[in-house]
Design a binder for this molecule. Structure first.
Ligand code: SF4
Length: 95
């Protein structure tokens, strides 16, 4: 069985509603952009540093994004967002 690891994470700012749910759920990764765009940016580039709890928080944020704006690339190359049931399942399996 392959261990799934997040290798890349980004927010599609064209889709983002800027209500900052993800910032509340995973502030270690997401932050409000401090500019006129009033949207969300991603703080980290090295997701290997995330603890299991923080990884789960990221997955919960991605799973709950109402417009599937949070995109996760896994070590398998697959890109997932809230439209993929596996994101919700992974978020439910965390610590
Ligand atoms: S949860 Fe989704 S729509 Fe809401 S602020 Fe975060 S990225 Fe944007």
């Amino acid at each position: 069985m392959t261990t799934l690891v997040i290798t890349e994470l980004w927010v599609d700012t064209d889709q983002c509603l800027a209500h900052f749910l993800c910032v509340d759920l995973a502030p270690i990764v997401f932050e409000m952009r401090d500019d006129e765009a009033s949207t969300v940016s991603v703080r980290l580039t090295d997701f290997a540093v995330l603890s299991a709890a923080d990884t789960n928080a990221v997955l919960r944020a991605a799973a709950h994004c109402p417009v599937a704006a949070i995109k996760l690339r896994l070590n398998t190359g697959e890109v997932l967002d809230a439209r993929n049931a596996i994101v919700k399942r992974l978020a439910e399996c965390g610590p």
